[in-house]
Design a protein around this ligand. Structure first.
Ligand code: ASP
Ligand code: MG
Length: 402
């Protein structure tokens, strides 16, 4: 069997943890499997490096920032190689260059295009454990790129797909995917399995356990994922194709406090206005999430939308600068809002989930500011101070607790 095992930052935070990871990999290796290990940077290393960069430059050149960040993962794979050597096991550490992990050119947000598997296969056939840096790639200029925060999960899935691995395990500091964040809802339950689509929504909407692009890629290439703890032997959660998962009405509640609402008030009520607005925002590379347009009144309308907190200032600046062009009366920005979502594949065939969600929030006295839905999801935008209460209310209302 070929097994790809990915370990996150906390799983390799210090010497003992590194040996713990090595032992876990050894178990599979000794059973005769080929083992590829993907590692994140140790502990909070990536944050530390970003801080360091900002001490030198308030807005560091993106190429140089990536050049710096890739050292984090390079440190962990090298140390892991040393640990294996100490344990008397042949292994080799490889960075994105040595593997040849080709990505698009955008520094800080590159996407994996193609992975050469020749070197890895060669090392595996020499019976070595192959340790690969997560989160990084190389672009057509032969420069290092990074995949965005949390991107090591995506490296692991891409490798599993490219190598046609039999198993892809994502080890983290939690036991698996929960019906809600156990820090907010102590009665949250661990899911045995979940579909790609549900996981993708949960990951995108703030569940935090998996990089959302890793789930996208797993779905595309049919890589079954196991999310489990690096600290115990509990079974974890399997992420796989929907038909093979028991369809729960609602599988989980996710919250994202990192949202900002921007309202463009007093726009002209005629064709092309929304296009002009969102085209401008798209060209500035700002991702928009929920969108709400008010009913026109006296030839005027308002459009509100949400963006991530980190792009809020850029969006506000852009709109203020173009307020005349857009013929808007005023721009209003509200930062302390949160998105709370319920996700479940069973919604597709069961009406009334949205109503139930609204009832839960009403009973908790929480006001809804925006709503968006998909086939398998209901999301509401609420005040940030209501967020934890909303998650608890929805979790209880949908009967998800233990
Ligand atoms: N070290 C990187 C980060 O902290 C990548 C990862 O951990 O997945 O974002
Ligand atoms: Mg992560």
């Amino acid at each position: 069997m070929l097994i790809v095992k990915k370990f996150g930052g906390t799983s390799v935070a210090d010497k003992d943890r590194i040996y713990n990871v090595a032992e876990r990999c050894l178990k599979d290796y000794r059973e005769g499997n080929d083992v590829v290990v993907v590692l994140s940077a140790m502990g909070k290393m990536t944050d530390v490096l970003i801080e360091q960069a900002h001490e030198i430059h308030p807005n560091p050149p993106k190429r140089e920032l990536d050049m710096l960040l890739v050292t984090g993962e390079q440190t962990s794979v090298a140390l892991m190689g040393m640990a294996f050597d100490k344990l008397g096991v042949p292994s080799i550490s490889l960075n994105a260059f040595q593997v040849a992990m080709h990505t698009t050119s955008v520094y800080g947000a590159a996407r994996i295009k193609r992975i050469d598997t020749e070197r890895i296969r060669h090392e595996l056939s020499a019976k070595k454990i192959v340790i690969v840096t997560g989160f990084q790639g190389i672009n057509k200029y032969d420069d290092f790129t990074t995949l965005g925060r949390g991107g090591s999960d995506t490296t692991a899935v891409a490798l599993a797909a490219a190598l046609h691995a039999d198993k892809c395990e994502i080890f983290t500091d939690v036991d698996g995917v929960y019906t809600a964040d156990p820090r907010i809802v102590p009665k949250a339950r661990k899911l045995k399995e979940i579909s790609y689509d549900e996981m993708l929504d949960l990951a995108t909407l703030g569940a935090g356990v998996l990089h959302n692009r890793s789930v996208e890629m797993a779905k595309k290439y049919g890589v079954e994922l196991v999310v489990r703890s690096s600290l115990n032997d509990s079974e974890g959660t399997i992420v796989k194709e929907v038909g093979r998962v028991e369809r729960m009405l609602v599988s989980g509640v996710a919250a994202d406090k990192n949202a900002t609402r921007i309202s463009v008030i007093g726009l002209e009520d005629r064709p092309g206005v929304a296009f002009r607005l969102f085209d401008m925002i798209a060209k500035a590379n700002i991702n928009v999430d929920m969108i709400l347009q008010s009913i026109g009144r006296e030839d005027k309308k308002d459009i509100s939308f949400t963006v991530d907190e980190d792009s809020a200032d850029a969006a506000e600046e852009l709109l203020e600068k173009n307020r005349e062009v857009l013929k808007a009366e005023r721009i209003s920005v509200k930062k302390n809002v949160a998105k709370v979502s319920v996700v479940g594949a069973g919604m597709m065939s069961n009406p009334g989930v949205a109503a139930k969600m609204f009832e839960c929030l009403y009973n908790a006295g929480i006001n809804i500011r925006m709503i968006s839905t998909s086939e398998i999801r209901v999301t509401v935008l609420i005040d940030e101070e209501d967020c934890d209460r909303a998650v608890k209310a929805a979790h209880e209302g949908f009967g998800l607790e233990d």
